[in-house]
Design a protein around this ligand. Sequence first.
Ligand SMILES: Cc1ncc(COP(=O)(O)O)c(C=O)c1O
Length: 285
Amino acid sequence: MSQTIYRNGEYVPEEKAAISPFDRGLLYGDGLFETLRCYEGKFFRLDRHIERLRGGLKRLEIPLALETADFAAVLRELVKQNNVASGVARIVVTRGVAEFGLLGKHAQDPMALGTCWAQPAPDPKRYETGIRCVVANERLSAAAHGLKSLNYIVQILARREANVADADDAILLNSHGHVAEGSAGNIFLVCDREVVTPALQPEILAGITRATVLEIAHAEKLPVVERVVHQNDLFHAEEVFLTSSVAEILPVTRIGSHWVHLGQPGPVTREMIRAYRALVQREAK
Ligand SMILES: Cc1ncc(COP(=O)(O)O)c(C=O)c1O
Protein backbone atom coordinates (compact mmCIF):
# COMPACT_ATOMS: atom_id res chain seq x y z
CA MET A 1 0.00 0.00 0.00
CA SER A 2 1.23 3.49 -0.82
CA GLN A 3 2.73 5.36 2.12
CA THR A 4 2.25 9.00 2.94
CA ILE A 5 5.55 10.85 2.71
CA TYR A 6 6.53 14.25 4.05
CA ARG A 7 8.23 16.29 1.34
CA ASN A 8 9.23 19.90 2.00
CA GLY A 9 6.18 21.01 3.91
CA GLU A 10 3.62 18.71 2.30
CA TYR A 11 2.23 15.25 2.98
CA VAL A 12 1.97 13.42 -0.33
CA PRO A 13 1.40 9.84 -1.47
CA GLU A 14 4.63 7.95 -2.14
CA GLU A 15 4.17 8.01 -5.93
CA LYS A 16 3.88 11.81 -5.87
CA ALA A 17 6.96 12.37 -3.68
CA ALA A 18 9.18 13.08 -6.68
CA ILE A 19 12.79 14.21 -6.29
CA SER A 20 14.80 15.94 -8.98
CA PRO A 21 17.33 13.76 -10.84
CA PHE A 22 19.71 16.65 -10.08
CA ASP A 23 19.23 16.46 -6.30
CA ARG A 24 22.69 16.44 -4.68
CA GLY A 25 21.64 13.78 -2.21
CA LEU A 26 21.24 11.47 -5.18
CA LEU A 27 24.26 12.72 -7.15
CA TYR A 28 26.83 12.98 -4.38
CA GLY A 29 25.30 11.79 -1.12
CA ASP A 30 25.30 15.48 -0.13
CA GLY A 31 22.87 15.21 2.75
CA LEU A 32 22.12 13.60 6.09
CA PHE A 33 19.59 11.25 7.60
CA GLU A 34 18.24 9.99 10.90
CA THR A 35 16.57 6.66 11.58
CA LEU A 36 14.38 6.05 14.61
CA ARG A 37 12.36 3.18 15.91
CA CYS A 38 8.68 3.81 16.51
CA TYR A 39 7.30 2.22 19.68
CA GLU A 40 3.50 2.05 19.69
CA GLY A 41 3.48 5.35 17.81
CA LYS A 42 6.06 6.93 20.14
CA PHE A 43 9.75 7.78 19.78
CA PHE A 44 12.66 7.45 22.17
CA ARG A 45 14.91 10.51 22.54
CA LEU A 46 13.66 12.11 19.34
CA ASP A 47 15.11 15.44 20.52
CA ARG A 48 18.64 13.96 20.45
CA HIS A 49 18.19 12.74 16.88
CA ILE A 50 16.98 16.17 15.85
CA GLU A 51 19.89 17.80 17.66
CA ARG A 52 22.37 15.53 15.85
CA LEU A 53 20.71 16.25 12.50
CA ARG A 54 20.78 20.00 13.11
CA GLY A 55 24.45 19.83 14.14
CA GLY A 56 25.27 17.97 10.92
CA LEU A 57 23.29 20.43 8.78
CA LYS A 58 25.22 23.28 10.38
CA ARG A 59 28.52 21.52 9.65
CA LEU A 60 27.50 21.04 6.00
CA GLU A 61 26.02 24.55 5.80
CA ILE A 62 22.69 23.25 4.56
CA PRO A 63 20.27 26.05 5.47
CA LEU A 64 17.13 24.15 6.35
CA ALA A 65 14.55 26.52 7.79
CA LEU A 66 12.55 23.89 9.65
CA GLU A 67 12.53 24.42 13.42
CA THR A 68 13.39 21.61 15.82
CA ALA A 69 9.81 21.17 16.92
CA ASP A 70 8.72 20.81 13.32
CA PHE A 71 10.62 17.54 12.85
CA ALA A 72 8.80 16.14 15.85
CA ALA A 73 5.47 17.34 14.45
CA VAL A 74 6.29 15.81 11.05
CA LEU A 75 7.04 12.38 12.51
CA ARG A 76 3.91 12.43 14.67
CA GLU A 77 1.79 13.32 11.65
CA LEU A 78 3.42 10.51 9.61
CA VAL A 79 2.69 8.01 12.40
CA LYS A 80 -0.96 9.09 12.24
CA GLN A 81 -1.34 9.21 8.47
CA ASN A 82 0.42 5.86 7.94
CA ASN A 83 -1.28 4.27 10.93
CA VAL A 84 2.02 3.01 12.36
CA ALA A 85 2.31 1.35 15.77
CA SER A 86 5.57 -0.61 15.69
CA GLY A 87 7.82 0.69 12.94
CA VAL A 88 10.69 2.76 11.71
CA ALA A 89 10.87 6.46 10.80
CA ARG A 90 13.44 8.25 8.72
CA ILE A 91 14.25 11.88 8.07
CA VAL A 92 16.42 12.72 5.07
CA VAL A 93 17.72 16.20 4.28
CA THR A 94 19.74 16.94 1.16
CA ARG A 95 21.28 20.15 -0.16
CA GLY A 96 18.75 19.96 -2.98
CA VAL A 97 19.48 21.10 -6.52
CA ALA A 98 22.45 23.38 -7.26
CA GLU A 99 24.72 24.49 -10.06
CA PHE A 100 26.77 21.68 -11.69
CA GLY A 101 29.95 20.91 -9.71
CA LEU A 102 30.96 19.76 -6.28
CA LEU A 103 30.70 23.11 -4.51
CA GLY A 104 26.94 23.21 -4.71
CA LYS A 105 26.82 26.88 -5.68
CA HIS A 106 23.47 28.62 -5.95
CA ALA A 107 21.70 25.75 -4.25
CA GLN A 108 17.95 26.06 -4.32
CA ASP A 109 15.94 24.94 -1.28
CA PRO A 110 17.20 21.92 0.66
CA MET A 111 15.05 18.82 0.28
CA ALA A 112 13.55 17.47 3.51
CA LEU A 113 11.83 14.10 3.42
CA GLY A 114 10.14 12.17 6.19
CA THR A 115 8.93 8.58 6.07
CA CYS A 116 7.45 6.26 8.66
CA TRP A 117 6.47 2.68 7.97
CA ALA A 118 5.18 -0.25 9.96
CA GLN A 119 7.81 -2.87 10.70
CA PRO A 120 7.78 -5.59 13.31
CA ALA A 121 10.41 -5.33 16.05
CA PRO A 122 13.57 -7.34 15.25
CA ASP A 123 13.28 -11.09 15.81
CA PRO A 124 13.50 -11.75 19.62
CA LYS A 125 15.63 -14.85 18.86
CA ARG A 126 18.50 -12.57 17.84
CA TYR A 127 18.64 -11.23 21.41
CA GLU A 128 18.60 -14.73 22.88
CA THR A 129 21.23 -16.31 20.64
CA GLY A 130 23.18 -13.22 19.59
CA ILE A 131 24.43 -12.54 16.09
CA ARG A 132 27.50 -13.51 14.12
CA CYS A 133 29.88 -10.84 12.83
CA VAL A 134 32.98 -10.72 10.68
CA VAL A 135 35.74 -8.15 10.84
CA ALA A 136 35.39 -6.46 7.46
CA ASN A 137 38.26 -5.84 5.06
CA GLU A 138 36.60 -2.53 4.23
CA ARG A 139 37.98 0.28 6.40
CA LEU A 140 36.25 3.40 7.63
CA SER A 141 37.92 6.68 6.85
CA ALA A 142 38.03 9.86 8.89
CA ALA A 143 36.37 11.55 5.91
CA ALA A 144 33.05 10.46 7.43
CA HIS A 145 33.47 13.36 9.92
CA GLY A 146 31.22 11.58 12.38
CA LEU A 147 28.25 12.65 10.27
CA LYS A 148 25.23 10.48 9.55
CA SER A 149 25.63 11.32 5.89
CA LEU A 150 23.99 9.70 2.87
CA ASN A 151 27.35 8.05 1.98
CA TYR A 152 27.07 4.47 3.22
CA ILE A 153 29.09 2.72 0.54
CA VAL A 154 31.75 1.43 2.96
CA GLN A 155 29.09 0.09 5.31
CA ILE A 156 27.17 -1.47 2.41
CA LEU A 157 30.32 -3.21 1.13
CA ALA A 158 31.14 -4.39 4.66
CA ARG A 159 27.62 -5.77 5.13
CA ARG A 160 27.92 -7.55 1.77
CA GLU A 161 31.23 -9.05 2.94
CA ALA A 162 29.42 -10.30 6.05
CA ASN A 163 26.64 -11.75 3.94
CA VAL A 164 29.08 -13.68 1.75
CA ALA A 165 30.62 -15.13 4.95
CA ASP A 166 27.13 -16.12 6.12
CA ALA A 167 27.36 -13.64 9.02
CA ASP A 168 24.76 -11.11 10.16
CA ASP A 169 26.88 -8.00 10.44
CA ALA A 170 30.36 -6.58 9.98
CA ILE A 171 32.71 -4.92 12.45
CA LEU A 172 34.65 -2.12 10.80
CA LEU A 173 38.17 -0.94 11.58
CA ASN A 174 39.48 2.56 11.01
CA SER A 175 42.52 3.35 8.85
CA HIS A 176 44.84 2.60 11.83
CA GLY A 177 43.36 -0.88 12.11
CA HIS A 178 41.54 -0.06 15.35
CA VAL A 179 37.98 -1.19 15.98
CA ALA A 180 35.51 1.58 15.09
CA GLU A 181 31.90 0.35 14.92
CA GLY A 182 29.46 -2.03 13.28
CA SER A 183 28.00 -1.41 9.81
CA ALA A 184 24.91 0.21 11.36
CA GLY A 185 25.64 0.49 15.05
CA ASN A 186 28.26 1.30 17.67
CA ILE A 187 30.23 -1.43 19.38
CA PHE A 188 30.82 -2.25 23.05
CA LEU A 189 33.00 -4.87 24.68
CA VAL A 190 33.20 -6.12 28.22
CA CYS A 191 36.89 -6.59 29.06
CA ASP A 192 38.01 -7.53 32.58
CA ARG A 193 34.53 -6.55 33.79
CA GLU A 194 34.88 -3.03 32.31
CA VAL A 195 32.43 -1.73 29.72
CA VAL A 196 34.66 -0.61 26.85
CA THR A 197 33.77 1.29 23.68
CA PRO A 198 35.97 3.00 21.07
CA ALA A 199 36.47 6.67 21.95
CA LEU A 200 34.65 9.01 19.56
CA GLN A 201 36.68 9.92 16.48
CA PRO A 202 35.72 11.12 12.98
CA GLU A 203 35.19 7.53 11.74
CA ILE A 204 32.59 6.83 14.41
CA LEU A 205 29.03 8.03 14.59
CA ALA A 206 28.14 9.45 18.01
CA GLY A 207 25.20 7.09 18.42
CA ILE A 208 22.23 8.10 20.52
CA THR A 209 22.03 4.50 21.75
CA ARG A 210 25.78 4.54 22.53
CA ALA A 211 25.24 7.61 24.74
CA THR A 212 22.27 5.90 26.42
CA VAL A 213 24.31 2.76 27.15
CA LEU A 214 27.07 4.90 28.69
CA GLU A 215 24.41 6.64 30.78
CA ILE A 216 23.00 3.29 31.97
CA ALA A 217 26.49 1.99 32.78
CA HIS A 218 27.24 5.09 34.87
CA ALA A 219 23.88 4.85 36.65
CA GLU A 220 24.55 1.20 37.48
CA LYS A 221 28.08 2.04 38.62
CA LEU A 222 29.70 -0.22 36.04
CA PRO A 223 33.23 0.84 35.18
CA VAL A 224 33.28 2.41 31.71
CA VAL A 225 36.24 3.14 29.46
CA GLU A 226 36.23 4.98 26.14
CA ARG A 227 39.56 4.18 24.50
CA VAL A 228 41.37 2.76 21.49
CA VAL A 229 40.04 -0.76 20.91
CA HIS A 230 42.44 -3.15 19.19
CA GLN A 231 41.29 -5.97 16.96
CA ASN A 232 42.76 -8.37 19.48
CA ASP A 233 40.45 -7.03 22.18
CA LEU A 234 37.54 -8.50 20.23
CA PHE A 235 38.92 -11.98 20.73
CA HIS A 236 39.67 -11.55 24.42
CA ALA A 237 36.47 -9.76 25.37
CA GLU A 238 34.07 -11.47 27.77
CA GLU A 239 31.15 -9.94 25.90
CA VAL A 240 30.51 -7.91 22.75
CA PHE A 241 27.38 -6.05 21.70
CA LEU A 242 26.23 -3.58 19.04
CA THR A 243 23.92 -0.62 19.65
CA SER A 244 21.54 1.31 17.41
CA SER A 245 18.17 3.00 17.61
CA VAL A 246 16.48 0.32 15.51
CA ALA A 247 18.16 -2.83 16.92
CA GLU A 248 18.69 -1.42 20.44
CA ILE A 249 21.31 -3.68 22.09
CA LEU A 250 22.28 -6.71 20.07
CA PRO A 251 24.57 -9.38 21.52
CA VAL A 252 27.44 -10.55 19.31
CA THR A 253 28.18 -14.16 20.13
CA ARG A 254 30.45 -15.08 17.25
CA ILE A 255 33.16 -13.15 15.41
CA GLY A 256 34.40 -15.10 12.42
CA SER A 257 35.03 -18.56 13.84
CA HIS A 258 35.56 -17.27 17.40
CA TRP A 259 32.77 -17.80 19.94
CA VAL A 260 32.19 -14.91 22.36
CA HIS A 261 31.06 -15.91 25.86
CA LEU A 262 30.66 -19.50 24.66
CA GLY A 263 28.12 -18.33 22.09
CA GLN A 264 25.69 -16.89 24.67
CA PRO A 265 24.82 -13.26 25.50
CA GLY A 266 26.68 -12.39 28.70
CA PRO A 267 25.27 -10.87 31.91
CA VAL A 268 26.26 -7.25 31.17
CA THR A 269 24.69 -7.43 27.71
CA ARG A 270 21.49 -8.92 29.15
CA GLU A 271 21.33 -6.22 31.79
CA MET A 272 21.83 -3.52 29.13
CA ILE A 273 19.01 -4.98 27.03
CA ARG A 274 16.73 -4.94 30.08
CA ALA A 275 17.70 -1.47 31.32
CA TYR A 276 17.48 0.07 27.83
CA ARG A 277 13.98 -1.33 27.29
CA ALA A 278 12.91 -0.07 30.72
CA LEU A 279 14.14 3.43 29.78
CA VAL A 280 12.25 3.27 26.48
CA GLN A 281 9.09 2.24 28.36
CA ARG A 282 9.49 5.20 30.70
CA GLU A 283 10.60 7.87 28.27
CA ALA A 284 9.22 7.17 24.78
CA LYS A 285 6.74 9.87 23.81
C1 LIG B 1 27.25 3.62 11.10
C2 LIG B 1 26.37 3.73 12.30
N1 LIG B 1 26.93 3.83 13.52
C3 LIG B 1 26.18 3.91 14.63
C4 LIG B 1 24.79 3.91 14.56
C5 LIG B 1 23.98 3.99 15.83
O1 LIG B 1 23.38 5.25 15.95
P1 LIG B 1 22.09 5.46 16.84
O2 LIG B 1 22.34 4.78 18.14
O3 LIG B 1 22.02 6.95 16.98
O4 LIG B 1 20.95 4.88 16.09
C6 LIG B 1 24.17 3.82 13.31
C7 LIG B 1 22.72 3.81 13.23
O5 LIG B 1 22.14 3.65 12.21
C8 LIG B 1 24.97 3.74 12.16
O6 LIG B 1 24.42 3.65 10.93
